[in-house]
Design a protein around this ligand. Sequence first.
Ligand SMILES: *Cc1c(COP(=O)(O)O)cnc(C)c1O
Length: 236
Amino acid sequence: MKSNWQNHPIPQNLTRLKEQIEGICRKCHRNSDEIRLIAITKTHTRETIRLAYDAGIRDFGENRVQELTAKTGQLPEDICWHMVGRIQTNKIRDLVPGVSWIHSISGEKYLREVEKRAAVAGRHLNVLIQINISGENQKSGCEPGRLHELLEYARNLEHVSVRGLMGMAEFTDDRDRIRSQFRLLRQIRDRHSKLEYGPVNLKELSMGMSGDFDLAIKEGATMIRLGSVIFGERSG
Ligand SMILES: *Cc1c(COP(=O)(O)O)cnc(C)c1O
């Protein structure tokens, strides 16, 4: 098994994906070093994740707290874990010890709880504010008009650094629509970057999944969250 791991689809997918990202960056005059690839491993086993790790990936993400905490202890310690799914305040205590980034902060109560739990655990966490860019109710996220207030709150935190914004485009085949939602996220970021929120900085833009990461890169993504293009379609 180990000797011919390069022939496995996962390392091959990653090689192809990196070439694709290079190509997209060349077209829009960006440097691919600015883009952090986060492998989203929900539903996949430790053995599968290990193949991506052996191919050089160090950023991994999950969308459920229980699944994430079960996996962190079983995989190498130099992995940087990202929580990308909807969170509940009562799960934050379990989440904090194993995770480095939370992409899905949508309100003050979550920031308050992460701050409290990170202080207790003696940790420092990086977070992104998820913005509702699709306008759909079922997509969680902070409404753009409430971001200012949230960043004002975030400037006084000691164990949490807000590092940028996250967004999910609408589930649609209309690529122009998807792209305009990514553009909106960048514009919201640019607008708020001009204001002063102390230590808060909004450099990171986490946007783009397997079906739309090309558009996200063109609109300025610095973190792309990819599952199925690396690991294949999920059965669940
Ligand atoms: C599952 C998931 C992804 C990755 O989705 P793919 O389409 O498989 O690339 C990205 N972001 C979030 C929040 C997810 O839940």
